[in-house]
Design a protein around this ligand. Structure first.
Ligand SMILES: [Zn+2]
Ligand SMILES: [Zn+2]
Length: 114
């Protein structure tokens, strides 16, 4: 009782805020973010967030990471805390620059590079 499940409509997408890639589930998305955007360039350790990566690089390697690795130029801010779909601005959709309007993901997992 009292535990409300967040409704997710079937059309709702899991996508990477940093690079606009679309995934079939959030677990895959999180794995992608860790491997692609939260991975230490110096020792390949995978962190959970961009902030975690920043702290790790600073403390372990004395590297100042100012931008999220492999992120689009306007999405590479370290200030925004992204984890899976958490932290993505409400109503934001992937692929705005490509004119993407919400076609369901295909079996290959990506929308526009099949
Ligand atoms: Zn990505
Ligand atoms: Zn490292």
């Amino acid at each position: 009782m009292g535990k409300k499940k967040k409704k997710r409509t079937p059309e709702e997408l899991y996508w990477c805020y940093y690079c606009d890639r679309v995934f079939k589930d959030e677990g895959t998305l999180i794995l992608h973010q860790k491997a692609k955007h939260f991975r230490c360039p110096a020792c390949t350790k995978k962190l959970n967030t961009a902030q975690g990566l920043q702290v790790h690089c600073d403390q372990v390697h004395k590297i100042n990471v100012e931008r999220v690795p492999a992120a689009k130029p306007d999405r590479d801010s370290m200030d925004r805390e992204i984890f899976g779909m958490a932290g993505v601005p409400e109503g934001m959709k992937p692929g705005g620059v490509f004119g993407f309007v919400g076609v369901p993901w295909k079996s290959c997992g990506t929308l526009w590079r099949c």
